[in-house]
Design a binder for this molecule. Structure first.
Ligand code: NAP
Length: 551
């Protein structure tokens, strides 16, 4: 235990919420720095999103040799990824391997939710209460609860009336589900649905897909990795990872600096085809202005519409599948295997809800304005209360009992996406205001964990017992995040980036859209300037002296 000057005794230096990629690395890093850590995890084992998302077809849309930790050279050399895009079971095996290799489970309490955390200003500590009835006190409290871990059911009347089984993609039964011979409905057509639909269609007697808004999807072209590819990447990993840390999205790719409108139609077509053939999410970065200029974006929209038209045989179904309401890349682009081709199967029906919305779930199935459908099972692929949902699920109270839910009632406000004024010694990993969901999550998680751990270590070294984001620094950061987002087309879509999928949620663009490289530079500069924008409270013998570090 570290006393951080003359401080109140604590049970742990740091309490962490979550044992996914972020929580596990926090435990490892903080432990190596000599801090005592306790993590709480609502699941029965490690893995976070990869523990819960076991729906058929679940797979990461970032390539496996990018979507993995870089902090340990031994780990990245010894682990063998089998496919270009790893499926959920393989990612979960990897996370378990990490937990075992670094002996992380002993600091985690599973099957335990953190229900409330309250800051005690006189002692500058957090009192944390769990669903197991445990109360612990810690100096620091870190939310590593993920961005997409609060599942969301749709607001459809009668959900409880359906007589058969219902599933949410984000809470899939661990034993799997056998849809053989069953009439199945999938509600939703986001990333989860787009992966699950081809797999369910292969099993079910008949599958109906209920689509409210079509999404853009690009083929993954997934395949086994060759021994040569793996060897080559492992050989160059140190440089490659460094490039990833200093890239826009956490994956080193060469971005085209040209405008889509300054090249000929033939050249554009060639480039889009090249990226379509390559597979994965990079189509949206084909030209520098795709996410900032609607006319430029229209060219890539037209390209994808043409591909859908080529793949899907029934022209009416193809037309329904073509997204028209938002520019490409303004909602998370989907990455699929056989998604559009699945609609050529005789046992698959697309129900276009644009003119005929769902009005109720009934005992036997789904009712739209115009029709009744009967099913044996319903699959909700209806997404998440993203980013703020997992943070606000815990009753977090800062100075003078201020609730985070109240502070953020008009939308999340953070400094650097790492801290929020009024809540000293609370840190958040990949929260609103950080690149998080717009980036390769593992790169962002590592950067956050390292930054937070270094801050905690320097607090110990300097006898600092509390660290709080200053309100002015936070106002400036919120303004920066909004300004960058407003310069893109991303604010035009009704996406979960803006909270648009949750009725009543304030419409605020949550992630930092300036890129991981620029973001890292800002965080590093803040640290180098003695944590500019944070107020540090130093404990002196017999007195408490406030130290302001003004940026
Ligand atoms: P999502 O993108 O939010 O999609 C939810 C879907 O449900 C949308 O199509 C939505 O339609 C529909 N929906 C919601 N309420 C409805 C209602 N009342 N009636 C009809 N349809 C309704 O959720 P998700 O697919 O779970 O994906 C969330 C995020 O998780 C992704 O964007 C991605 O970041 C991540 N993810 C990643 C992967 C991967 O790595 N491959 C896989 C899965 C998920 P509207 O669009 O009309 O609202």
């Amino acid at each position: 235990m570290n006393d951080f000057g003359k401080a109140t005794a604590v049970d742990f230096d740091v309490v962490v919420v979550g044992a996914g990629f972020a929580g596990l690395y926090l435990i490892h890093r903080l432990r190596n720095l000599g801090f005592s850590v306790r993590a709480y995890e609502k699941g029965s084992d490690v893995g976070g999103t990869w523990y819960w998302n076991r729906y058929p077809g679940a797979r990461c849309d970032v390539e496996s040799m990018d979507y993995s930790y870089s902090f340990s050279e031994e780990l990245q050399q010894e682990w063998e990824w089998s496919e270009r895009y790893a499926a959920q079971p393989e990612i979960l095996r990897y996370i378990r391997h990490v937990a075992e290799r670094f002996d992380l489970r002993r600091d985690i309490r599973f099957d335990t939710r953190v229900e409330a955390a309250e800051y005690d200003q006189p002692s500058a500590t957090w009192r944390v209460r769990t669903s197991a009835g445990e109360q612990v006190r810690s100096r620091f409290f870190v939310m590593a609860s993920g961005c997409l871990s609060s599942t969301k059911m749709p607001e459809i009347p009668g959900l409880e009336r359906f007589a058969g089984p219902t599933y949410h993609t984000g809470l899939w039964p661990h034993e799997g589900v056998d849809f053989s011979g069953k009439r199945v409905a999938v509600i939703g057509t986001g990333s989860s649905a787009i992966q699950a639909i081809p797999e369910i269609a292969r099993q079910a007697a008949h599958l109906h897909v209920f689509q409210r808004t079509p999404n853009f999807s690009v083929p993954a072209h997934n395949r086994p990795l060759t021994a040569e590819e793996v060897r080559e990447r492992k050989r160059s990993y140190p440089q490659y990872r460094e490039q990833a840390r200093h890239s826009y999205g956490g994956v080193p790719v060469a971005y085209n600096q040209q405008s889509a409108l300054e090249v000929s139609a033939e050249e554009r077509e060639r480039r889009y085809r090249e990226l379509w053939q390559r597979g994965g999410p990079f189509l949206q970065r084909a030209y520098a202005d795709l996410l900032i200029d609607r006319a430029a974006n229209d060219t890539v929209v037209e390209f994808v519409h043409a591909r859908i038209g080529e793949i899907v045989r029934d022209p009416r179904v193809a037309a329904s599948l073509m997204p028209k309401s938002h520019p490409l890349g303004t909602k998370r682009i989907c990455v699929d295997t056989d998604y559009y081709a699945t609609y050529n199967r005789p046992n698959v029906t697309l129900v276009d809800l644009s003119d005929d919305p769902i009005v109720a779930v009934t005992e036997r199935g789904v009712r739209t304005l115009g029709q009744d459908f009967e099913f044996d099972a319903l699959v909700f692929a209806t997404g998440y209360d993203a980013m703020t949902g997992p943070l606000l699920a815990v009753d977090i109270r800062g100075i003078d009992g201020l609730g985070l839910r109240d502070k953020w009632s008009a939308g999340p406000r953070t400094y650097l996406g790492l801290a929020t004024a009024g809540f000293p010694n609370l840190f958040m990993v990949t929260a609103p205001g950080s690149p998080s969901v717009l980036s390769n999550m593992i790169v962002s998680i590592e950067q956050h964990v390292e930054w937070i751990s270094e801050l905690i270590a320097s607090a110990r070294a300097g006898g600092i017992r509390s660290i709080e984001a200053q309100a002015e620094a936070e106002d400036g950061w919120v303004e920066t995040v909004n300004r960058i987002a407003a310069g893109t087309l991303m604010v035009q879509a009704n996406s979960w980036y803006l909270g648009a999928n949750v009725p009543g949620k304030p419409r605020v663009f949550m992630p930092f859209a300036g890129g991981v490289d620029a973001y890292r530079a800002i965080c590093d500069e803040v640290a180098a300037q003695g944590y500019r924008g944070f107020e540090l409270e130093r404990v002196e013998i017999g007195e408490v002296r406030m130290e302001r570090v003004v940026g």
